[in-house]
Design a protein around this ligand. Structure first.
Ligand SMILES: Cc1ncc(COP(=O)(O)O)c(C=O)c1O
Length: 362
């Protein structure tokens, strides 16, 4: 078996794999309704929200599109706080649907500066919403969402959050931090396969929804809500992924959210310590380094493509490279979901052997 240490999809424990071998059921029947209601209630606990949570059959990007089209109208101004590839993607979606995007970009590898967000909100009139990535998977950075949220709410703007690679792994109390739409994906910290985006919707987001004019059909939150009241989804859902998620949520609640967050913090720290012990440097500024994905700088002759190939072919270990302009400049270790410190020790041991073979000279 491969050691899959990429930032999603993540490995699934055997209980979850077994859940996926179940026969199909009627998605308009009572058994499905019970499972959907159970999954939704458990997700609300882990999102730390009393608001609405919906399951959308899609990857995480579908959830981001849903966040945009349900809250905005063409011509609305949105402030895009971007620190990497996924922040740029969120902005692109808004732009495609006709929003006027005001970009606020920060150097990749660093977190967003809440003071600059305040300045942008102060100087630009009529911004309707702020787009933020909680955990930027492409650079291994976690933004200080609590602080950014307090600024956004000082100006009474909608806060749309990409929490795809953080929710369920890094603390994100949706209600306390006043997140209006928050998006995650089943293949990340949830130990489940790809196939579902899970989104929370606040009261303020519902008010925006009632006014929003961007075209939407599949992603309509109002349809999701009216069907959920009947224990259904508007469209045929990814039933197998919901079976899997149902089991993973039970496992997560048994472990306890605080324990899960603490485990990710320990594993994140062990990864960073291990990387440094090998003489490598983090790509990411230390204070904002993510507990779900670590980005490592390719320095001192290191050929990341060779490194990833030897790790995969000779050690059965799969890590990620850098995306877009970071291709060849970094490699990334995913440590979210079903992961322990022992898994990270295995990664560090393999790296120790392979780094010199891939040109790294300490
Ligand atoms: C922060 C973030 N946003 C968005 C996405 C896109 O999600 P998906 O590939 O599920 O559409 C990812 C996936 O890696 C992500 O990590």
């Amino acid at each position: 078996m491969e050691h899959l240490r990429i930032p999603g999809p993540t490995p699934c424990p055997s209980e979850i794999l077994q859940a996926m071998s179940k026969q199909m059921i009627n998605h308009r029947g009572g058994e499905f309704g019970q499972i959907l209601n159970g999954v939704t209630a458990k997700l609300k606990q882990l999102f730390q929200t009393k608001g609405d949570v919906f399951l959308l059959t899609s990857s995480g990007t579908g959830g981001l599109e849903a966040a945009i089209v349900n809250t905005l109208s063409p011509g609305d101004k949105v402030l895009s706080v971007a620190i990497g590839v996924f922040g740029e993607r969120f902005a692109s979606i808004a732009e495609q649907f006709g929003a006027e995007v005001i970009p606020l970009r920060f150097e990749w590898g660093k977190a967003a500066d809440a003071y600059a967000v305040r300045q942008a909100l102060h100087t630009t009139p009529k911004i309707k919403a702020v787009l933020v990535t909680h955990n930027e998977t492409s650079t291994g950075v976690t933004n200080d969402l609590a602080l950014i949220s307090s600024v956004v709410k000082e100006f009474d703007k909608l806060l749309l959050v990409d929490a795809i690679s953080s929710m369920g792994s890094i603390n994100l109390p949706v209600d306390d931090w006043h997140c209006d739409v928050t998006v995650t994906g089943s293949q990340k910290g949830w130990m489940a396969p790809p196939g579902l985006a899970m989104v929370s919707v606040s009261q303020e987001a519902w008010q925006a929804q009632a006014q929003a004019k961007m075209p939407r059909f599949y992603w309509d939150f109002a349809k999701a809500k009216s069907y959920l009241e009947k224990g259904q989804t508007p469209w045929t859902p990814a039933i197998t992924t919901i079976f899997a998620l149902s089991v993973s949520l039970e496992m997560m609640l048994k472990e306890g959210l605080a324990n899960i967050i603490a485990r990710h913090a320990r594993v994140g720290q062990a990864t960073r310590d291990g990387i440094k012990s090998l003489g490598l440097s983090l790509f990411t500024e230390e204070g904002c380094a993510s507990n779900t994905v670590t980005a490592v700088a390719a320095s001192d002759g290191l050929d990341t493509k060779k490194l990833l190939r030897i790790l995969r072919e000779e050690h059965g270990m799969v890590l990620s490279g850098g995306q877009q302009s970071l291709d060849g400049k970094i490699f990334r270790i995913g440590h979210l979901g079903w992961v322990t410190e022992g898994d990270i020790e295995a990664v560090i041991s393999a790296l120790k052997v392979v780094l010199p073979q891939a040109g790294f000279k300490q």
